[in-house]
Design a protein around this ligand. Structure first.
Ligand code: ADP
Length: 479
């Protein structure tokens, strides 16, 4: 089975969040099922620096009036097609934002062209290249099923899947831009792109893809409600029979505490004591005083979604309760400043690094005692899964994938030795602080804490089960 996967990020080539991890992991996980996934991503300069130019596959005569060509490369076991366009992708800055943190003004076009290129591939435009199914990820690839439905016979008859990694990002633009998308007028309609007199790329995919998946069973339910549906719950309700929630897995080769080269000391669930060396390394990196007090960490985008404002409000309580905290992240300027101020105020007890640092994120999971994830909504979440795997006990809000993956350390779960972390119900100051206090209390009972860590490390969130679910979906659409 030949699948074309379409996305704006793919680890280890380009990553801003969990989307990249999943897009990079799926091809490897599905290989065992005889599925060959080729991933189409934009040729950002940082990607080409890693892969090299590659082999020219196709030169388009112009996609939405932009220069565009496709190059084939292989990188660390992944089959990649790079979409090259000097006008759209050959620039410094991030995949979505410029160096000043502002969205690229032409994102609507950049990702419309990505989708158009994918649809062209599905339509047989490139000699000798044929796909049985197209799997699109998030709004950046969401026009693909729309272009396919309005494409030639081959494109129309090729099945498509849209996976929603985060419904908050929808690719919504003013209707004025529709005329540049090279689609027939009927695509600007209620059952396609039209959305409150604007256009929404994601709505187009929700209406036109054959199957919609999202990244956890709980989030698949939540997005049907006004609270989590972000305005698209109505559109999603028209597709309830086609929505599937499949949990993300983690790549146990990249995230393995026994072999991880980013750790100062490797360890396993059988021997947790080397973790203390990682803890010491973290104390040094973050300028904390050496102490036996529990060390909490946060590795996250610093945004409202992630509940970081509530976390900042809880800093004083964490310190008063005897905890310490280290934070790695980047995001909203105001939150970054609040965290930097708190670190200055609680010198030696709160440490912060603003920015993105893949290696450090591994060390934080391998040396901190617990990771705090107070998300207001969380489609799946990966950091709690990495936490489990590294014995860094997750303290999470009960929502989306966090609810699906962490077993709260209540009395019954502790007695039955199944608890893997702490959950709290609402993202409020009170509930968060309560959960942190419960963790600190448990931490003071060393045997109980060690059991919790071991349970966490034994929880299996490898890709195995989820890959099978994707395979079943692929099969159901292609047989
Ligand atoms: P989201 O995709 O919503 O940001 P996830 O939990 O699904 O959240 O995935 C986040 C991914 O990005 C994880 O792999 C996490 O380790 C990583 N990450 C987030 N922020 C940083 C950072 N500042 N430095 C390094 N890795 C980070």
């Amino acid at each position: 089975m030949q699948i074309l996967s379409v996305a704006s990020e793919c680890y280890p080539l380009i990553k801003t969040g969990g989307l990249a991890d999943v897009v990079g992991a799926l091809p490897i996980a599905l290989e065992k099922h005889g599925v060959k996934i080729t991933t189409l991503i934009p040729a950002y300069p940082s990607v080409v620096a890693k892969t090299g130019e590659g082999k020219l596959l196709h030169k388009f005569k112009g996609l939405l009036f932009s220069d565009a060509s496709l190059y084939k490369v292989k990188y660390q076991g992944l089959d990649i097609i790079l979409l090259k366009s000097t006008e759209l992708f050959d620039r410094a800055g991030g995949p979505y934002i410029d160096e000043n943190g502002k969205d690229w003004h032409d994102n609507w076009k950049r990702f419309a062209v990505l989708s158009k290129a994918a649809a062209e591939l599905a339509s047989g435009a490139v000699k000798g290249v044929k796909f049985d199914l197209v799997h699109c990820h998030d709004w950046q690839a969401a026009l693909t099923p729309v272009y396919m439905k309005f494409g030639n016979e081959q494109a129309q008859s090729t099945p498509s899947i849209i996976t929603i990694h985060n419904l908050a990002f929808q690719g919504r633009y003013e209707a004025e831009l529709f005329k540049y998308l090279d689609l027939p007028q009927e695509a600007y309609a209620m059952d396609c792109l039209e959305y409150y007199n604007d256009i929404s790329y994601l709505k187009g995919a929700i209406k036109k893809a054959d199957i919609i998946t999202t990244v956890s069973p709980t989030y698949a339910q939540e997005i049907l409600t006004p609270e989590f549906g972000m305005g698209l719950e109505g559109a999603l309700h028209t597709r309830t029979n086609d929505i599937h929630g499949i949990l993300n897995g983690i790549d146990n080769e990249i995230w393995n505490p026994e072999t991880d080269p980013n750790l100062s000391a490797n360890f396993s669930f059988k021997s947790l004591s080397p973790r203390s060396k990682n803890r010491k390394a973290l104390e040094q990196i973050f300028g904390l005083k050496h102490s036996k007090a529990p060390l909490f960490c946060v590795v996250s985008r610093l945004t409202w979604q992630k509940g970081i404002d509530v976390l900042v409000g809880a800093f004083d309580d964490i310190i008063k309760s005897g905890g310490r905290i280290i934070i790695l992240g980047a995001g909203e300027a105001e939150l970054e400043n609040q965290i930097l101020n708190a670190a200055r105020h609680h010198k030696g007890k709160i440490g912060v690094k603003i920015g993105y640092d893949e290696e450090l994120s591994h060390l934080m999971q391998g040396g901190s005692d617990a990771i705090i994830i107070p998300s207001r909504f969380e489609p799946c979440g990966l950091t709690q899964l990495y936490g489990l795997c590294y014995g860094c006990v997750p303290i999470v809000a009960r929502t989306g994938g966090l609810a699906d993956t962490i077993i709260d350390a209540n009395e019954a779960a502790l007695n039955n030795i199944v608890a893997t972390g702490f959950q709290f119900n609402k993202v409020s100051h009170f509930d968060l602080v309560q959960a942190i206090r419960r963790a600190i209390e448990c931490f003071s009972d060393k045997p109980a804490w060690n059991k919790l860590q071991k349970n966490a490390m034994l929880a299996d969130f490898s890709w195995e089960k989820s890959a099978k679910k994707y395979f079943n979906l692929y099969q159901s659409l292609t047989l």
